[in-house]
Design a protein around this ligand. Sequence first.
Ligand SMILES: Cc1cc2nc3c(=O)[nH]c(=O)nc-3n(C[C@H](O)[C@H](O)[C@H](O)COP(=O)(O)O)c2cc1C
Ligand code: SF4
Ligand code: SF4
Length: 257
Amino acid sequence: MAVIFYLSGTGNSLYAAQKAQDALTDCRLEKMGDYLRSPYKVQDDILGIVCPVYCFALPPFAAEFLRQLQAAPAYCFALVTMGANAGFALKQLHQLLAAQNIRLDYAQDIAMPDNFFAVPEFIRSKMLTAAEDKLAGMQRRLTAKEQDLSRCRDAFLWEHGGTALGWKFIRGILQADRPQVDGQKCVGCGICARICPAGNISMQDGRPTFGNSCAVCLGCLHWCPQSAIRAGRKKINSKTRYVNPQISIEKMDKVGR
Ligand SMILES: Cc1cc2nc3c(=O)[nH]c(=O)nc-3n(C[C@H](O)[C@H](O)[C@H](O)COP(=O)(O)O)c2cc1C
Ligand code: SF4
Ligand code: SF4
């Protein structure tokens, strides 16, 4: 049996996780957030970890998941999706798994459209086409249970600085970890609450309310059909809105266990 734990705000990482699932037999997908709510000893022979890159590193939410993870798989792989630069995310992931006595066998980064800095539509479609080749290669390597950690590189000095500065900018200046809703635009559809990977949104009186555990995935901003949510100073409009075209709200919603 195999399990893939994933974190995804706008569907890129979920799409990569689904592709990995297709390459394996008897494989289920689980949200990292669900595992964090009720951790358990993973019994599966094959373990996959899939998440985005934030500020050249792992999302703090994914790092927290890895610190809680209990597993002893025979084969372990990791995929990260990112706009342009995976930084040292895979190396960090490798180290966090090692701290849990889990040996990583294969790691891969896959470029997909950026959900933080908007890119034009024609670049998005080029990236998605290029990603298909990368994903097909990943599937072949998973099927063969290859060992390859060449993508787990150390951070360049500026990337360490970039991670610290990036989070200072995102949390301190943009205050993007504090989403807010425009009550005039919101139609109460509940999509934001359904897709939030951190379980940070609940619907009250037909409007979303936000807790204090935002993972800054920007999912609620991008999925909201009314562009009614902003994350501090960070706003999304119809031009900058992005969700992976292969992923539906129902798929984001799915609880895998
Ligand atoms: C807070 C934040 C920080 C990000 N930092 C990076 C980064 O350092 N490098 C990069 O290439 N992409 C970065 N991105 C873009 C995402 O990694 C990329 O769009 C990813 O595929 C999103 O995956 P998802 O759709 O599964 O959430 C960042 C996105 C967010 C929301
Ligand atoms: S997704 Fe947008 S419109 Fe729907 S409930 Fe959330 S904020 Fe309101
Ligand atoms: S509140 Fe919005 S930005 Fe924060 S984790 Fe949930 S979906 Fe992502």
